[in-house]
Ligand binder design. Structure first.
Ligand code: AMP
Ligand code: ZN
Length: 112
């Protein structure tokens, strides 16, 4: 738990969220400012700042998050597909410095 980290506070239940899923290692919740009809994120409960700060010991955790993505996306009605985004560092547009995987869908995404 990192002081003043909003996602650590959500993971600890200190700040409310619209929860999608939770287990001992991860929590998923809807984005407060959705950028698509369905927009939630999956985060590790451990405070990992970004992919820059992920190490070999996080390999299984990151794998779990990615494998959870299609399961939770389907539960949220995204049977047709979804977009995943991981912003890394200020140069990658990251604003909350606790690693998170965005899951977006329900509209036609812009081509990348
Ligand atoms: P990023 O730019 O990848 O760091 O994205 C951070 C995301 O966190 C943004 O899409 C915000 O809307 C979202 N966000 C910030 N605070 C909260 C919160 N308390 N609950 C849910 N989502 C949040
Ligand atoms: Zn944190």
């Amino acid at each position: 738990m990192s002081d003043n980290c909003i996602f650590c506070k959500i993971a600890a239940g200190e700040i409310p969220c619209k929860k999608v899923y939770e287990d001992a290692e991860v929590i998923a919740f809807h984005d407060i400012h959705p950028a698509a009809p369905v927009h939630f994120m999956i985060i590790p409960k451990e405070h990992v700042v970004s992919l820059f700060d992920a190490h070999a010991r996080h390999e299984a955790l990151l794998g779990r998050i990615l494998l959870l993505a299609p399961i939770l996306a389907k539960e949220q009605g995204l049977d047709d597909g979804f977009r995943t985004i991981i912003n890394t560092g200020a140069g990658g547009g990251q604003e909350v410095f606790h690693l998170h995987v965005h899951i977006l869908g329900g509209n036609k995404p812009r081509p990348m």
